[in-house]
Ligand binder design. Structure first.
Ligand SMILES: Nc1ncnc2c1ncn2[C@@H]1O[C@H](COP(=O)(O)OP(=O)(O)O)[C@@H](O)[C@H]1O
Ligand SMILES: [Mg+2]
Length: 321
């Protein structure tokens, strides 16, 4: 097996009044898109900060590209890019200048072709010579992403890169993350938009109050804990569910006008029940299937971890879909 891009072992970060990371262990192989999910205050940014060196770990081990950061805190970090949660750049440079500075800062020689490539991928080329302080909020966010990528990092952290940005930037960023994947770049993403993780992630980790609760392949997780909802509407009342569609959570409501079924991994597929309704020649007027959502799975896992109702709004945009 190839060396993991990032390995943390028993990583702990304590503040005087709280433990932000509690013995987190995690290993991320090259080329993976890993989504770290959890409510506000879970420890996502802290995890990223300890790896990037903007916060000091209390204990535990961090290896980047196989190198222990306690032994060499600097060289491995040259191959890491970070899109921080907060906008933080010097307003007195042009977009192009600030990207050149970034290349130098990460020990790279000047590479204007790379700057153009990144600017173009992020739709910023027309702003290359604009002063960064003159950029709109959305453009500033695009520049933050450009800065994190301009030195061709092998590992990129995207810490809520699309919080509060427009749909267009979100789409551009998703497209660019896919390009990065084809180039073999490893991406660690934290996000409030569960749709984003659903769309992009290979693997998902769920963190709550400093503890990593679960790490699992996204598709496996969606199959294991995801629920698809089948709803069939009839044009006239149906007296009872036909035998072939009579399973666990199947139910008739609205006076026999609506049939509902929740498909789980351990029950029959919705399609089997639907086929039974058709064979029974019921007066089907409309069929809807709602796909499983990562958001529901996250809420389920957090709920089982004792997250109370007042903790749930901390998921921010998660409920928006
Ligand atoms: N400098 C700090 N001093 C004290 N507590 C902090 C500091 N930075 C973060 N925290 C706390 O650590 C916890 C984890 O924060 P953070 O990693 O930012 O969460 P997330 O990114 O998942 O929303 C929170 O309770 C936060 O208030
Ligand atoms: Mg954060």
């Amino acid at each position: 097996m190839s060396t993991p891009v990032l390995e943390v072992e028993q990583l702990t970060k304590r503040y005087p009044k709280l433990t932000a990371l509690d013995a987190v262990s995690l290993s991320i192989p090259p080329g993976e898109i890993f989504a770290l999910l959890g409510p506000n205050g879970a420890g996502k940014t802290t995890l990223i900060a300890t790896v990037c060196g903007t916060a000091k770990k209390t204990s535990g081990r961090i290896r980047l590209f196989g190198k222990d950061l306690d032994v060499d805190p600097l060289t491995p970090r040259y191959d890491v890019g970070l899109v921080p949660q907060e906008i933080n750049f010097d307003p007195f440079f042009s977009v192009r200048e600030s990207l050149r500075i970034q290349q130098g800062y990460y020990g790279r020689t000047r590479d204007d072709a790379r700057i153009d490539e990144v600017l173009s991928a992020l739709n910023l080329l027309s702003k290359a010579d604009a002063q960064t302080r003159a950029l709109s909020g959305g453009m500033k966010r695009r520049l933050l992403i450009a800065k994190a990528l301009v030195h061709r990092p092998k590992l990129v952290f995207l810490d809520e890169p699309t919080a509060g940005v427009d749909v267009e930037l979100r789409r551009d960023l998703w497209a660019y993350v896919r390009t990065l994947r084809t180039q073999g770049t490893t991406v660690v993403l934290t996000t409030h938009y569960l749709e984003e993780a659903e769309e992009l992630a290979d693997r998902v980790g769920i963190i709550d109050r400093g503890k990593l609760l679960l790490v699992e392949n996204k598709s496996t997780l969606m199959k294991r804990l995801g629920e698809r909802h089948l709803e069939v509407r009839f044009s006239s009342p149906v007296p009872e569910i036909p035998a072939g569609a009579l399973h666990g959570q199947a139910q008739l409501s609205e006076g026999g006008m609506l049939f509902r079924y929740i498909e789980r991994y351990d029950g029959p597929p919705a399609a089997t029940l639907l086929a039974a309704l058709y064979s029974a020649q019921l007066p089907i007027a409309d069929v809807a299937i709602k796909p499983a959502r990562l958001e529901d799975i996250l809420l389920h896992v957090l709920h089982n971890n004792g997250l109370t109702a007042e903790g749930l709004p901390a998921l921010g945009g998660a409920a928006a879909r």
